[in-house]
Design a protein around this ligand. Sequence first.
Ligand code: IMP
Ligand code: MG
Length: 171
Amino acid sequence: MPLREVISAATIAGRVSELGAEIEARLPAGPLTVVGVLRGAFVFTADLVRAIRRDLTVDFLGVRSYGDATVSSGVVEITSDLGAPIAGRHVLLVEDIVDTGLTLRYLLDLLRARGPASLHVCALLAKPARSEGALPLDFVGFKAPDGFVVGYGLDGRQLYRNLPGIFVLEE
Ligand code: IMP
Ligand code: MG
């Protein structure tokens, strides 16, 4: 399927540096755990933590919300839980893309119930028009382009995660 580049690797790198600085400035002092949502956010999380210059731990939450379809199933499934408790810690949840907001809403409820000191969200991409109700996105990399996007960790039927830029998949 043809791919059209919409955000270059260099543009992403510049924005990730800015996000790291924003996060450093705005997150409260104290123990911080950055939680990447697998698998789509693994590349973004790896770059983002290197742009945040303070002590932190990194953990991952495995989630499946789409299966292999390109339309939300509305069902969120935890495929792998955090490795350590987050009670009393500041948590930064890192998502690849917020579309309907279903996945994020589910994850925020799940994490909030574990008693973190604070809970913030950083999404690489957000489709604001489609999110159902107000979702607390504290940090956003880019407004999501129209269409189904792949690359930089995001997949289309499990492919394209290794592309360094972000592309629209043209059917
Ligand atoms: P939501 O629950 O509708 O907000 O969808 C969130 C999840 O669906 C994201 O974390 C992605 O894993 C996946 N997703 C949504 N839109 C896209 C897209 O355009 N490309 C790749 N994955 C997507
Ligand atoms: Mg995801």
